[in-house]
Design a protein around this ligand. Structure first.
Ligand SMILES: [Zn+2]
Length: 564
């Protein structure tokens, strides 16, 4: 107990005083009180308080330590924060969470790893932990530019040396994959062979003699055809893999997600945990009807008429249509320009019209400038027929947006779900887009426009998942390596609001989540340092020491330390 950073005083110690105080207050005692802290409530006034009281799964009071202390009864659990900062549980408005869980435990995740040396050690450690011949692999969520010690690409020879007996495929975001010799063999890529199916011509890089270097480029096509060959976690291990992922999310400070893509089989597993009061994240699904041809649009329209959202609860619900409307207009990552065709836009509009007619909220992938303009043209036309003002329509990703688009969106009553790919892809995006990448996304322009916007990552392949890395990037414009990649930085209060209160609204939980105030669910984090005063370059390093979801402690760093 003595080593703990903060103290849990058991009931008996304070029973007599607390009992009297509770009687005095003439209200049922709190189940838990947290006192002597710096509570960054993120309410509308950005109030800073000292203490919080929780009863059941909700916050019942926020105030001074003295006020909250009076709410303790004989059975109240007390946490002395010893000055530590507390923030609301962080919300990612767009993460491919359910999909990520199916490979999480088999991957070597590099999210937040700042050392190339450490990454190599992790590959070697994984190889030692599995049988010879089994894949060592990673499906995105990182890039070499995040490493502070060296941003050199991995080489075939180096990976052979580190992992001699297993095939290796390390996917860098959706941009490149690094293979060792066994990996090349396993994929049928030889010195003389043509590209196997699924690999665009020239995507397999070769030296002057025609020998593959181990680096595969060629956009999402090549990268995805390798990822598709990686072993899935066996069905009987998906639960354990997903639970390991959820633990990592709680450790990083995440408690709620807008989830892109909700496979019903996987949702059923989350429902089972919810029924046992063991679900430690809240998931709000963004799901729609796939349509990539005019015939598929014909078939999708009646299904949109039948769609029912908001049938769930405050742990699991379907709340948004998305993230794709019409397949051919879904911009691939790292494309630099788009040229949406009128016939494709006509199909997009048919679908959008049905979505608006049925009063459904929309969260749509919109990345390239021309695509965003074309979507706004369609939405303005839809809005003439079925006003969308109160439907919470939002454009998602939004990296190549501009001020005139923001004005159009504000007129329509739309919002922006910002997923800054620069956080890990800054180096790659500067290679592709040059100087323009410094404004992707135009974060300060978005903030000063007054539009309602929130942060997501689009993890776990296109981006890393850790919210304090995103917040640090928003305030400094730097990747974890220190590489400056974005010039439109914003203040730390605005960044935090975008990762909490705004996102609560985006997943229709504004009465439940996003701020520490009476009546809301008790989802909060105790931090190892103060987000508001720590040097900006250290925001990325902030770690929760305790994470709470619905009044339950789901992650407790000091308890982990105590049991070691
Ligand atoms: Zn997307």
């Amino acid at each position: 107990m003595k080593q703990r950073g903060w103290t849990v005083i058991t009931a008996a110690v304070v029973a007599a005083i607390a009992c009297a105080a509770a009687l005095h207050a003439q209200q049922p005692a709190a189940d838990l009180i947290l006192t002597n802290g710096k509570i960054i409530t993120v309410d509308e006034k950005f109030t800073i308080a000292q203490a919080v009281a929780v009863k059941g799964d909700r916050i019942v009071a926020v105030g001074t330590s003295q006020q909250i202390g009076q709410m303790a009864g004989p059975g109240t659990r007390r946490i002395d924060l010893r000055g530590k900062a507390v923030v609301p549980g962080l919300i990612d408005n767009h993460m491919h969470l359910l999909r990520a869980g199916t490979t999480w435990a088999r991957e070597v995740r590099l999210d937040g790893v700042e050392s190339r040396r450490q990454a190599l050690d992790l590959f070697a450690a994984r190889a030692r932990a599995i049988a010879p011949g089994e894949w060592v692999y990673t499906i995105g969520g990182w890039s070499v530019d995040q490493f502070a010690d060296s941003r050199k690409q991995f080489t075939r020879e180096e990976l052979d040396r580190i992992v001699p007996n297993n095939p290796v495929a390390i996917q860098e975001s959706y941009y490149r994959t690094y293979l060792n010799s066994r990996g090349l063999d396993a994929l049928g890529i030889g010195d003389k062979t043509a590209e196997p199916q699924g690999f665009p011509k020239g995507s397999i890089l070769r030296d002057a003699a025609g020998r593959p270097t181990g680096v595969v480029e060629g956009g999402m096509g090549a990268v995805r055809s390798i990822a598709a060959k990686m072993p899935r976690v066996p069905d009987d291990q998906i639960e354990a893999s997903t639970l390991a992922m959820i633990k990592d999310m709680n450790r990083a400070g995440l408690t709620t997600f807008g989830v892109a893509g909700c496979d019903p089989n996987l949702v059923a597993m989350y429902r089972k945990w919810e029924a046992r009061s063991q679900l430690n994240v809240r998931i709000f699904c963004i799901d729609g009807v796939a349509a990539g041809t005019p015939e598929q649009v014909d078939r999708a329209l009646p299904r949109i008429d039948e769609m029912k959202l908001f049938q769930g609860d405050d742990y699991i619900d379907n709340v948004l249509y998305g993230e794709s409307v019409y397949g051919p207009l879904h911009d691939p990552m790292f494309d630099s320009v788009s040229d949406p065709r009128p016939d494709q836009l006509a199909q997009w509009r048919r679908l959008a019209m049905a979505i608006a007619k049925n009063g459904l909220p929309l969260h749509v992938h919109a990345e390239l400038t021309n695509t965003i303009d074309a979507f706004l043209d369609q939405i303005e036309a839809v809005n003439e027929v079925y006003p969308i003002k109160n439907l919470r329509w939002m454009l998602a990703h939004f990296n190549q947006s501009n001020a005139s688009q923001l004005e159009r969106m504000k007129k329509l009553g739309m919002y922006a779900a910002v997923h800054p790919w620069n956080v890990i892809n800054g180096g790659i995006m500067h290679e592709i887009f040059g100087d323009d990448a410094y404004d992707q996304p135009p974060l300060a322009t978005i903030q000063s426009s007054g539009i309602m916007w929130g942060f997501g990552t689009d993890g776990s392949a296109a981006n890393q998942y850790m919210p304090f890395i995103t917040l640090g990037w928003a305030v400094t414009g730097k990747m974890t390596s220190g590489l400056k990649v974005m010039r439109q930085t914003i203040g730390r209060e605005d960044a935090l609001i975008a990762h909490t209160r705004r996102n609560a609204f985006f997943v229709f939980q504004e009465n439940n989540l996003g701020a520490i105030q009476p009546g809301r669910l008790a989802d909060l984090l105790v931090l190892d340092r103060d987000y508001l005063t720590v040097p900006a370059d250290q925001i990325k390093d902030i770690k929760p020491v305790l994470t709470m979801v619905g009044g339950r402690i789901v992650y407790d760093a000091t308890a982990v330390a105590a049991t070691k």
